[in-house]
Design a protein around this ligand. Structure first.
Ligand code: CUA
Length: 322
């Protein structure tokens, strides 16, 4: 991204510099050229100049349009990561950066990435707004509590690059710094394999057991909560008649504020897990849910002919009996 951002930036500097010099130069030149030569001299009356008016309207319009389309194309390239990225989770916290790779390797204030591979950071904050800024890569994005933001880059040169927090986040904001280490792919694989940690999905599975999510969200029928198999990324029918898509935001909200969106056919009985799970753990649970495939077709009871449509099927056993 750096050469593209720089090219646009130097173009802006060039245009600004050119017009600043042109205008300042003309002011000085005309001040001298048309100075009052005799004490009783009177200036000529000028009614206007259509060519001039059109010229200084149309030329700046064209230049600003160039800047607009150029800027928009760079913006789109930054906002749209390619499909095949190496994903890394980032949690910002007063005052450190926590990174976790999908194999479980974790690091603090240091991010190792392989050369030449597009990397996508999926980021959230444990407390206040932070901002990931890697000046060497010309990328920067806010890290916001309660939301997932993303940022992507493709390193082209090995080395160590500054990483800053670019949003004032409290006393030690200026100390919230680190580095991005770009390694040769083979060295990166070696480094990555050195981690003893569980993968985020495995951590999530452990949490799913230890927080007892599993007691209600079982795959069998009759569970108190909806089954979560194959949930990720799918639309969910809600009890208020609306639908939601099972995005990371939806899952996070359902963990922290379960009553906000209740799945159709279920009672709002789930307690909040606010204060019991960290943002990192929520990311782990999301990774775990991604791994839950829908149950094989044979395991799904086939409704007998004439039975109500599947949409009306998920009636919990705990609903009041007539
Ligand atoms: Cu985090 Cu400034």
């Amino acid at each position: 991204m750096a050469p593209r951002v720089d090219a646009l930036y130097f173009f802006l500097l060039g245009v600004s510099g050119f017009f600043s010099l042109l205008i300042a130069g003309l002011i000085v030149y005309y001040a001298v050229r048309f100075r009052r030569r005799a004490p009783d001299a009177i200036g000529a009356r000028i009614a206007g100049g259509m060519v001039l008016e059109i010229g200084w309207t149309v030329i700046p319009l064209l230049i600003t349009l160039v800047i607009f389309f150029w800027g928009a194309s760079v913006f789109f390239a930054m906002a749209r990561p390619p499909d095949d990225t190496l994903n890394v989770y980032v949690v910002g916290k007063q005052w450190m950066w926590k990174f976790q790779h999908l194999n479980g390797q974790r690091e603090i204030n240091e991010l190792h990435v392989p050369l030449g591979r597009a990397v996508k950071l999926i980021m959230t904050s444990e407390d206040v707004i932070h901002d990931v800024f890697v000046p060497g890569f010309r990328v920067k994005a806010d890290v916001i509590p309660g939301r997932f933001t993303q940022l992507w880059f493709q390193p082209t040169k090995p080395g160590r690059y500054h990483l800053f927090c670019a949003e004032y986040c409290g006393t030690k904001h200026s100390g919230m710094i680190g580095s991005v280490v770009v390694m040769e792919p083979a060295a990166f694989q070696e480094w990555l394999a050195g981690g003893p940690s569980l993968s985020p999905a495995a951590e999530g599975e452990k949490l799913f057991q230890s927080l007892a999510c599993i007691t209600c969200h079982r795959a069998d029928s009759g569970a108190r909560g909806p089954s979560l198999e194959g949930l990720f990324g799918r639309p969910v029918a809600l009890s208020d008649g609306g639908t939601a898509v099972a995005t990371p935001e939806y899952i996070r909200e359902s963990i922290l504020t379960p009553s906000a969106k209740v799945v159709a056919g279920y009672q709002p009985v789930m307690p909040t897990f606010q204060g019991q799970v960290t943002e990192e753990q929520i990311l782990h649970i999301i990774e775990y849910l991604k791994t839950l495939r829908p149950a094989p077709a044979a395991a799904i009871p086939v409704p007998p002919a004439g039975a109500p449509s599947p949409a009306a099927r998920p009636q919990p056993k705990s609903s009041p009996k007539p």
